[in-house]
Structures are given as C-alpha cells and as structure tokens.
Design a protein around this ligand. Structure first.
Ligand SMILES: [Zn+2]
Length: 428
C-alpha cells in the first residue's frame, strides 16, 4: 500500500498512506490510494555513520524508516510580508565553508528582534547532518544522539538523507524564545558510504526571521502547474477550490495564505522532490526566497496513488532539488478523474498536510503506532483504532480516515502544532 518507488523500506515518517480499512478497492473517493507524502526510505545503499558514532548510526538505520515528505523551495531574500497585522521580515546571509575533521560549526548571531532562524547547508558530494546545537551560553541544547534513534521526531536535520540539510530553530513553542547572542549549529559531513567526510565543502544559507507577532503569520505560496495543466480548466478550477478549502483550514488557526500561480514546462509526471531533480532546482530559483513552491502535476514518479510529497520536514526556502511540495491532481480526482465535493475537500487537506510537513510538522503518530511527534498536546496513541479515534480528524494524521461513503474531515491542528508552523522562518 505504500507508494514506493524507491528501494528501501517504506514506512512511517511523513507518509500518509491508504486508509488501512480501505486498502485494495477502497471505495471512497473513487477508490484511489492515498499516500500523502511518500516516505523516504532508509536508503538501501547507504550505511550512515559518523565517525565515532558509527555503531549507533548503523544500528538505528532500521528504525529510522523514513521521514518522508519532500518539498520544493526558493532562493534570494526578500523583505517583509505585506500582512496588514504582522510585518515580519526575513534577512539572510550565505557563505561557503568546509568541515574540519568532519565537523563544521556555523555561528548564528541573534539579536533582540530575531524570533527564529533557518539554516540550509548544501553539501558538495556529501550528506550533511545535524550534530548539535549550542545556545549563547555554550550549552548543548540539541544532541543528535538524543533524536536519531528515539521514538519522537523533532526535525529531519539529524538524518543525512539528502545532499542538503535544513534546520529551523526554535522548532516548538517550548524551545522558544530565542536567546540573544551567538548560537552555534554544529554539522557533520558524511560520504555516501557512511564514512565521515573530512573536508566537505558546503554552501551555507542562514535566514533569520524578525516577527513582531509570532502568534499569527502568513505563508507565501507559489503554485506552479506542470506543463499544460494551467490551461486545463478542470484542473485549475479544482486547484483553486482546493486552495480555498486549505485556506479555511488554516484561517481558523491564525495561518494565512498568500498565493500566486505560475505555469512551467515541468513534466506532469513529477519527480519525487530531492532525488537529484534538476528541474525542481531550476524551477525554485524562480521563487523569491520566502515562498513555498507547490508543484501541481498529474502523477508522482509514475504513480497516481500518491497524493503528494513534501521536500522535507522542514523544507528549505532557498532553491534546491527538493525545495517544493509535489502534488498529484489525478490522485485526488479518483478513477473517474472528475472531482466530487469530497475529493476537493481532501485535496485541500492534502495541500495543508504537505505544506504542514514543509513548515516542520511530523505526523502526530506514524503508522507503526510506535513513533510520535515531539509535541506534548498530541496524544501518544498506540494502535490503529485508538489513533484513528483520537487523532483521525487531525490534519497531520498519516492518512485520511474513511468509510465506504466518505472520509472524515481532517482540519484540526493542536496548539503545539500551530506553534511549530509559526516558528518556521518562512511563516511571516
Ligand atoms: Zn504526511
């Protein structure tokens, strides 16, 4: 049931899969499978190990199952959002650095006005991963070993899945406010054989957000149609309705959407974000550096049973090969390829769900029922029935909960989930 495509296991993280009760022949919604955000497997050919941590890392591979979601983003820097009530702004700097031994310390100076920061490290032929975070007093507030193998998920930055690392801080309300002074983000470089990368070059971008009102915010979204879809009236009107449904979900939580639409020459059969997709890299260079790019295609990796996939948890704002959310319109339209009201609602929920991953949200529980987000107000349920009953209406639940007639609304976000989205540096 997992929409796979990659070697490796599928599973858990970031995956919104077919409703267990409806596998095979699922009736609702025209019987299509719903794997929102494919999972990224524990890459079969990689044995991640960082120097001295080799044993631990190797052991944990089996459990890390993927985190999935991949997404599509953008470069440049822009000033301020034009929200009437919230003049948040982003500033950024870039630098080329390289690891010494296999570690690289990035210093991030935080002033009184700064509420969050986002680090993107693009590795040259290697895979960067978060080693530790130090606060201005020199205290190690995050340690990769506490999260790599654990049952709670905080950020994908601990895992060398991609050739770029994305780390946003604070993640949760409880991690805030950001103390002024110099924070140090310590990264480790690995090669694809899992060995430490002694002199790995990385292009670093640090974006800091100043936000006078962190309790609400606007996400700037650029919706890009794959080739030919912008002129397909059935598709574009469905997308616009789905966006209206998405806006309703977010509005009630203080999250606003600013949307612009664009066309492109991307193939309607979308790549999975992050798999060396040079097309996504080129496309996301067109965005303004504070937008989340959402690509609307027909299928993902040739599969029309995957709803969508986010380029990361969280995703980057600078252009990379995974700086986007990839969405299949056809998966939502079902076998008849015509949208019902219910399908348009689920389409909107998917847009909110995948973009939620991009802003840093994990599923409150993964479908192993033994891995949870790190938020205290989403229950740690432990089996399918209990989880569907306690979390089935949550927008970040891993799959739509459906009967033969319809799928239940998934429009809820907890206060702690909303907090994560507000601290994402691209929420202005
Ligand atoms: Zn998901």
């Amino acid at each position: 049931m997992v929409a796979g495509g990659h070697e490796s296991s599928t599973s858990a993280f970031g995956q919104r899969s077919v409703p267990p009760g409806c596998v095979a022949g699922l009736p609702p919604m025209g019987g299509m499978a719903r794997s929102l955000c494919l999972a990224r497997g524990a890459h079969g050919n990689h044995r991640w190990s960082l120097g001295g941590h080799a044993a631990v890392l190797a052991r944990s591979l089996g459990t890390m199952l993927l985190f999935s979601s991949l997404g599509c983003g953008s470069p440049v820097t822009q000033q301020a959002a034009d929200d009437a009530d919230d003049e948040a702004s982003l500033s950024s700097w870039t630098a080329s650095m390289s690891t010494s031994n296999y570690l690289l310390d990035i210093s991030v100076d935080i002033s009184m006005a700064t509420d969050s920061f986002l680090v993107t490290a693009q590795g040259d032929g290697g895979y960067p991963a978060m080693e530790a975070l130090y606060d201005p007093r020199g205290q190690r507030v995050l340690d990769w070993e506490d999260w790599y193998d654990g049952t709670y998920s905080l950020t994908e930055a601990f895992f060398p899945y991609y050739d770029e690392l994305v780390f946003n801080w604070p993640v949760r309300q409880e991690d805030a406010p950001l103390e002024t002074g110099t924070w140090v983000v310590e990264l480790a470089g690995t090669r694809n054989n899992g060995q430490q990368y002694t002199n790995m070059d990385m292009d670093i971008t640090v974006q800091t957000k100043a936000d006078p009102r962190i309790s609400d915010g606007t996400v700037h979204v650029r919706i890009v149609y794959a080739r030919g879809l912008d002129t397909d009236a059935a598709v574009s009107s469905a997308v616009e309705e789905a966006v209206a449904n998405w806006r309703n979900i977010w509005d009630s939580h203080g999250l606003s959407l600013e949307v612009e639409y664009d066309s492109s020459d991307l193939s309607p059969d979308l790549d999975y974000p992050g798999y060396n997709s040079s097309a996504y890299l080129a496309e996301t260079f067109r965005s303004d550096g504070e937008q989340v790019t959402i690509i609307i295609g027909e299928s993902l990796g040739g599969d029309t049973s995957i709803f969508g996939m986010s380029g990361g948890i969280p995703g980057p704002l600078v252009a990379t090969d995974r700086s986007c959310v990839a969405i299949s319109w056809l998966a939502h339209a079902g076998q008849d390829a015509v949208f019902s009201i219910d399908e348009l609602r689920v389409f909107g929920e998917t847009l909110a769900h995948e973009t939620g991953h991009y802003l840093g949200l994990f599923h409150p529980v993964e479908t192993t029922w033994s891995q949870w987000d790190s938020l205290s107000d989403t229950v740690d349920c432990q089996n399918m029935n209990t989880c569907e009953s306690q979390l089935g209406s949550n927008n970040m639940f891993p799959y739509p909960v459906c009967t033969w007639q319809s799928c239940q609304a998934q429009d809820q976000l907890s206060d702690d989930q909303v907090g994560v989205t507000m601290y994402y540096s691209g929420t202005l």
